[in-house]
Write a protein that binds this ligand. Structure first.
Ligand code: MRU
Length: 358
């Protein structure tokens, strides 16, 4: 998708420098910086510090992290050991382990002298596949938006939480892909963008990328969705996910659960968009999902532009107060209207997921 009118993906291998390049998302929307990752440790820290984030992009970065590991030390013991650090860098998004396992499996069956070329191809395949899957999620989700538009004959208002946009994937996004496809088809859409405290991925990233594609959107405080739904100002919700269990329970950015409850209470359809790489087929009880707890400073401090247009971080809480920063929550399947996947739309249930994917 576009930034300043130019098409980008979120991660790529630069054939000149032989580095992996990313868009540093901690600086958006105020600064557009392309950053080079030269070592696997740099890839790990980019994931930890959220220079790259969003489940599918974390997966893509982990895949390229293995490429960087191979470049540093062409030894399977080293690569397998460092891959554990990659997997631990953010615990909730299942795509991370999925991508690392896929890379290691590929390397385990070939000769050492092929490692680099095979790792490069596999990382690119993972990213290309994600782009294709997200495009298909868009085409499948478009049908729901079209149906609402055909009934309503007026702008379709969609609420989304966090950033499950193209910046969270390789391209297109998951939750935003149906929106981009509807916009390209000429269907009038307007997006309610949850600010998504504490890191403001909605305001800083979702609104930014929708603006770049000229899609009307309005940022709202995280607590505003409920009254908008009561007023009939939300036609549907679409969110992404970091890990969806085979039971249909959906783990996503903190606050998603409360939006789902409000949607349920008001009869607003609540859809979750995901590629199959985000499905966890192993964990059966959502209480066993590792929920990332991040630095409380992400709550107590906020960053923005000062009067001289420089990025500045300021403390907004009482100095003595404690804070708790849980990054994700779980929406039980019963509140999910449907899962929009690359293969089609299905019920959030074990039976429907198995039928679609196994
Ligand atoms: O903490 P983040 O910014 O990585 O969280 C991102 C989300 O919660 C997204 O909704 C999720 O990863 C899906 S991305 C298509």
């Amino acid at each position: 998708m576009k930034i300043n009118g130019k098409e980008y993906r979120t991660i790529w291998f630069d054939t000149q420098s032989k580095d992996v390049q990313i868009i540093d998302q901690t600086k958006l929307p105020h600064q557009f910086i392309i950053k080079n990752l030269k070592t696997v440790k740099e890839a790990i820290s980019a994931i930890k510090n959220m220079e790259v984030r969003g489940a599918p992009l974390i997966g893509g970065t982990a895949a390229y992290g293995i490429v960087l590991a191979v470049k540093e030390n062409n030894d399977l013991n080293f690569i397998t050991k460092i891959s554990e650090d990659l997997i631990q860098s953010r615990p909730t998004a299942i795509n991370l382990k999925w991508a690392v396992d896929r890379m290691i499996k590929k390397l385990s069956s070939i000769n050492k002298d092929e490692y680099l070329s095979v790792a490069l191809k596999e990382a690119k395949d993972i990213c290309d596949e994600d782009e294709k899957f997200c495009k298909n999620i868009g085409l499948n989700g478009l049908k729901i938006i079209e149906e609402i538009y055909n009934k309503k004959k007026n702008t379709v208002n969609i609420l989304t939480h966090c950033n499950a946009g193209w910046l969270a994937t390789i391209n297109w996004g998951t939750a935003t892909s149906p929106i981009y496809h509807a916009h390209k088809k000429g269907i009038p859409v307007h997006v309610w963008v949850d600010e998504t405290r504490p890191r403001n991925q909605g305001a800083n990233l979702t609104s930014f990328e929708l603006n770049e594609e000229q899609i009307p959107n309005t940022i709202i405080a995280d607590n505003t969705g409920g009254i908008l739904m009561q007023r009939g100002d939300v036609d549907m919700c679409i969110v992404g996910t970091d890990r969806t269990l085979s039971t249909g329970d959906v783990c996503n950015k903190i606050g998603t659960y409360l939006k789902a409850l409000a949607a349920y209470d008001n009869g607003v359809p609540f859809y979750v968009a995901l590629p199959s790489s985000t499905i966890d087929w192993d964990i059966k009880n959502f209480n066993n999902i590792p929920i990332e707890e991040r630095d409380p400073q992400e709550l107590s401090h906020i960053e923005g532009l000062d009067e001289n247009n420089n990025l500045k971080k300021v403390l907004i809480y009482p100095k003595k107060s404690k804070s708790l920063n849980l990054a994700f929550d779980v929406t039980p399947a019963k509140y999910v209207t449907g899962l929009i996947t690359e293969k089609g739309i299905c019920e959030a249930s074990n039976k429907a997921l198995k039928k679609m994917f196994k």
